[in-house]
Design a protein around this ligand. Structure first.
Ligand code: ADP
Length: 247
């Protein structure tokens, strides 16, 4: 089997906050259709890595190439437009808008500022919204007020909104945190479905969840790459056990 091409290449990234190196010499190559888990203890630099990829934090040194384009110095909105979508841990939904209204908002955002003026969505756009609602398992809750959704459903709605932007790469920060077992399982299925066409990096603390996937795992520690491999490889590594799994 041929390895799919690299869609996102991070080379020797360093992030500094007032001289403190939060990330140091981190490299990571994400392939098309890959689901990559980024793990490591608190303060390892995982969130800072996602922040650099989406342009929220500028790397002090190093280079980020996305789909052949150097995005290292690009602005956050430019990177989003190029096709990198970031979901933060804290939900950013509007309690009083319905589920479908959220999706319509995301659709209009995608069209850009002029298209927002055209209030009506096309039939095609409506179909896409319904398909996306089905993918996130909310097809029967389109008329629900978002404030009435469960924690898991709110997370899926946010992922759904992100997907409306048709990103090529999604960056997710602890998507299953606080979810029930059933919600966690459904999120796993959703991630598998997303990676049929898109690539995903997931920062994750829940090791039980990560174990469900045959995906490559990147372990960070004190801003640096500690280990990269399957969950099995990673668990066998003594240094990983020492710093992370507490064995
Ligand atoms: P993780 O996501 O792995 O828990 P972070 O990327 O959030 O780690 O943080 C890595 C280190 O960088 C931590 O020591 C944290 O305190 C520090 N850090 C992160 N963001 C900032 C910031 N904006 N200003 C100062 N220090 C920061």
């Amino acid at each position: 089997e041929q390895t799919p091409p690299v869609i996102l290449q991070c080379d020797s990234l360093t992030a500094e906050f007032d001289g403190f190196k939060a990330v140091q010499g981190m490299s990571l190559a994400l392939h098309q259709g890959e689901l990559r888990f980024l793990i490591g203890p608190n303060g390892a630099g995982k969130t800072t890595m996602l922040d650099m990829i989406c342009g929220k934090t500028k790397p002090a040194t190093g280079k980020i190439v996305f789909g052949g384009t150097d995005i290292t110095r690009k602005k956050e909105h430019q990177i989003a437009e190029l096709g990198i979508g970031r979901k933060f841990q804290t939900p950013s939904i509007f309690r009083t808008l319905t589920v479908r209204e959220h999706m319509e908002l995301a659709m209009k955002q995608r069209r850009g500022v002029f298209a927002v003026m055209r209030a009506k969505l096309t039939g095609e756009e409506r179909e896409r919204i319904e398909a996306q609602l089905a993918m996130i398992g909310l097809e029967r809750k389109g008329e629900w007020i978002a404030g009435g959704l469960s924690h898991g459903e709110k997370q899926w709605l946010e992922i759904g909104m992100l997907l409306m932007q048709e990103p090529k790469v999604l960056l997710l920060d602890e998507p299953v945190a606080g979810m029930t077992d059933a919600e966690t399982e459904k999120t796993g299925e959703l991630l598998r479905e997303i990676t049929r066409t898109q690539s995903v990096i997931v920062v994750e603390h829940d090791m039980e969840f990560v174990r469900n996937f045959a995906s490559k795992v990147t372990v960070m520690h004190e801003g640096e790459l500690l280990k990269e491999g399957t969950m099995e490889d990673v668990q066998r590594d003594e240094r990983v056990a020492e710093v992370y799994l507490g064995k």
